[in-house]
Ligand binder design. Sequence first.
Ligand SMILES: [Fe+2]
Ligand SMILES: [Fe+2]
Length: 155
Amino acid sequence: MPTKPKTILEVESIPRVDIDFMNNTHFEEIEKVKELGKLVSAYQAKDTHTDAETAEITRALKNWLAHTIPHFERENQLMQETGFPAYPVHSNEHDIALNKMKNIIQAWEQNQDIELLADYVFSLWPSWFNDHVNTMDMMTAKFAVMNGFDPHTSK
Ligand SMILES: [Fe+2]
Ligand SMILES: [Fe+2]
């Protein structure tokens, strides 16, 4: 079976927003997904897998989730601090994305379906993340800076 095309986001090409801490968080996230992507590709390339290889992917997924939770919380907090009018829309996108990620991790733990996981890591998530940064995060950062938030705040 031919492998599907894989989208791997790069720090160099992800859209930049107007606030440093948001960009830094996005760069960290992309690095985590790249590491996970390597594990997923290596797993796909083999017919049999050890428990340790499976556990390594689970660990990388949980590590990613542990980064995504504060990432979204910090942006939600920024929106509240600055009175961003589209707060409900942006925070709702976060809620949906977080639920999706939790469901994917749970499905992986139950079934170890590598193709399902690969579709998320190499297709669904990259397209979601790129769009989200380009729209919601971009507008949130612009609004915050216009309303006096220091763009160089580092966290
Ligand atoms: Fe973000
Ligand atoms: Fe966001």
